[in-house]
Ligand binder design. Structure first.
Ligand code: HEC
Length: 127
């Protein structure tokens, strides 16, 4: 029984990982054009928003030189990390995921846009 549970847990973990990798990086790069006014993908340079190079797996609100909202800092203090489930929830509805957050973005409507942009974000190395 233990072994079956362990195998099930392992499969579940593999499936979650596959979700992000499953997305289309090139299609995600197109979606990212909507983020680019505020976010830099390839350098340690903040704009209106924090730079997103290396954001996948990064603890929430962890850049020292960016002035996050109190709501985002509180999320980070809880130990939240930008994994695919947090990214998917935030990008679908920023204000629902983070009431009081200061990202002025309505959210991505289509699930495949979310999956693809997450695959793109996961492909960005940390600067
Ligand atoms: C109008 C500007 C703007 C747009 C467009 C925008 N963002 Fe943001 N983003 C921000 C701001 C400002 C913050 C900081 C929010 C806070 O502190 O509450 C942020 C924060 C983030 C964070 C948290 C990073 C961290 O260091 O914790 C992620 C991830 C993110 N945005 C992804 C995206 C993606 C992906 C898109 C496009 C689909 C996007 N954003 C579009 C302004 C923007």
């Amino acid at each position: 029984m233990r072994t079956i549970l362990a195998v099930a847990a392992l499969l579940a973990a593999l499936c979650t990982t596959a979700l992000a990798v499953d997305g289309d990086v090139d299609a995600g790069a197109k979606v990212f054009k909507r983020c680019q006014a505020c976010h830099v993908p390839d350098k340690a340079q903040n704009r209106v928003g924090p730079y997103l190079a290396g954001v996948f797996g990064r603890p929430v609100a962890s850049l020292e030189d960016f002035s996050y909202s109190d709501a985002m800092r509180a999320k980070g203090a809880e130990g939240a990390v930008w994994d695919e489930s947090n990214l998917a929830a935030y990008l679908a509805a920023p204000k629902t995921f983070l009431p009081g957050g200061k990202m002025a973005f309505a959210g991505l409507k289509k699930p495949e846009e979310i999956t693809n942009v997450i695959a793109y974000l996961a492909s960005l190395p940390a600067p």
